[in-house]
Write a protein of this length. Sequence first.
Length: 134
Amino acid sequence: TEADYQDESGAPLPYRRQLLEYNEVIRPICTGYTVNEAALQRLVDLAALCAERGVELNFVLPPVADSVYNEIIVGLGIEPQLAAAVETLRATGADVIDLEYAGRPALAEYMFFDGFHVDTTLALPLVAEMIFGK
C-alpha cells in the first residue's frame, strides 16, 4: 500500500518500510563482512570434484531486493569482495547463474518478503524461469 512507502509523518521512503526495517536488522551483521575463504575453497573443491566425475555443477546467486543491494551490499562496501568470490566460482568452470549482481532481474519490492526471499506466488515463478530456463 502507499502507507508502506511513507514514514510516520507521511514523507516518502526510498524503499518499502518492511525492507528498510529488515536492513536495520542485518546491518550490524553485515558491517565488516568478509568472505569466508574456507567455505569458498570448499565450493572450489566441490567444483573440481564434479568436473573430475563428469557432473554438471551450477552455482546460483539468487536475487536480492534493491534496498539490500544498495544499502547493504553497496552501502557497506562489500560488493568488491562478493564480486571477487563470484569470479573465483566462475574460474572453476562451473556455470554461475548470477541473479544477485550482474544479472539482477527487475523485481519490484513487493515481490520480496524481506530483502532476500522472494514471494512464492509473485516472484518465484519468474526466478525459477530465470534459473531453469538457462
